[in-house]
Design a protein around this ligand. Structure first.
Ligand code: A2R
Length: 310
């Protein structure tokens, strides 16, 4: 397949490009400012989803059979500081993309990447979140992801486009920047081991329970959906298993090469934390046969190793 990835310069993009290329696809990596080193054979194209003209040109030139739309303002904390920018990129950018596809390559499949965060306060009811649960987003990022998914599916229904919307839950792995819990812990451990930080690891609330998936499993889910996903549908991408943040910390500390103390940093405690946030991947598994393959502890170790080598 000829596949265009938007936001290919980001954390997930790097892994998705590499995986799709390894599967023999023709991959176009759409990047804005960040340009990682992609595997040989990957073509890089400059792409800003806020620029409709460029989007048309790029789509007309490449004529992709599929687009995986990763480009986003992807951080909850930033979305509180910059809600307008978050909505511009995540919602208007998605509308630009879907409309440009409608006008240039209407047969093209599109995977819009939303977030498990779209369920928001619904998670307080407990149990595994399925795609049938109502969404109750409780931060600007989550709301923007809910809006982008809904509007993409609406335009798709109206114009006969082939859109699948995914809701990935927490994902992590080598290459993820700070600002997410696993990389926040791993980066500090690596800095402490290198003598760049006193041996105190600063943490936020360790009591929440979250659903973590290795990014390499996440990108395999996206690839499987490109092949087997049902157009017009929404799919969770998650492990279905809850893990307390305390467990994540303990597993990483077991890997540490020097003794480390843990200290709660009030600045890292997020307000209105939802205690348990775990999804069901049954719909995804049923459609594609996908199951997460990576061992959680090994993925954590590999993430820590990435920080050690950075
Ligand atoms: O900031 P840059 O220049 O590195 O590019 C980011 C890109 N991006 C854009 N691309 C095109 N036009 C824009 N207006 C635009 N604004 C941002 O999206 C970056 O390369 C990418 C997002 O990468 P990360 O922040 O590393 O997100 P990650 O973890 O790869 O997540 C991928 C998707 C996102 O939709 C998340 O919201 C979702 O998975 O969880």
């Amino acid at each position: 397949m000829r596949i265009l990835i938007t936001g290919a310069g980001g954390f997930v993009g790097y892994h998705l490009v590499a995986y799709l290329r390894s599967r023999g696809h023709i991959v176009y990596a759409g990047v804005r400012s960040t340009k990682p080193e992609f595997p040989p054979g990957v073509q890089t194209v400059h792409l800003d989803i806020l620029n409709s003209g460029t989007l048309h040109d790029v789509l007309s030139f490449i004529r992709p059979e599929a687009v995986v739309h990763l480009a986003a303002q992807s951080m909850v904390a930033v979305s509180w500081r910059k809600p307008a920018q978050t909505f511009a990129v995540n919602v208007l950018g998605t509308i630009n993309l879907v409309e440009a596809v409608a006008q240039t390559v209407p047969e093209c499949k599109i995977i819009t990447v939303g977030s498990g965060e779209e369920y928001g306060l619904t998670a307080t009811g407990g149990g595994l979140l399925t795609e049938d649960h109502p969404c109750s987003p409780h931060n600007p990022y989550a709301l923007s992801k809910f809006a982008m998914g809904q509007v993409a599916l609406q335009i798709a229904r109206r114009c006969g486009l082939r859109v699948i919307h995914v809701r990935p839950f927490n994902h992590f792995g080598p290459g993820q920047q700070e600002g997410y819990v696993v990389s926040d812990f791993a980066s500090q451990i690596a800095r402490i081991e290198a003598g760049l930080q006193p041996p105190v690891l600063r943490v936020g609330d360790l009591s929440p329970c979250r659903d973590f998936t290795d990014v390499r499993d996440v990108v395999e889910a996206y690839a499987a959906l490109l092949e087997y996903g049902m157009e017009g549908e929404i799919y969770n991408v998650c492990s279905g298993e809850g893990r307390f943040i305390r467990e994540v910390l303990d597993l990483l500390l077991e890997e540490a090469r020097v003794p480390i103390e843990v200290e709660v940093d009030p600045a890292r405690i997020r307000p209105a934390e939802i205690p348990v946030f775990v999804g069901s991947a049954a719909k995804l598994s049923g459609a594609t046969g996908w199951r997460p393959q990576r061992d959680f502890a090994v993925s954590l170790r590999e993430t820590l190793d990435w920080w050690r080598q950075k």
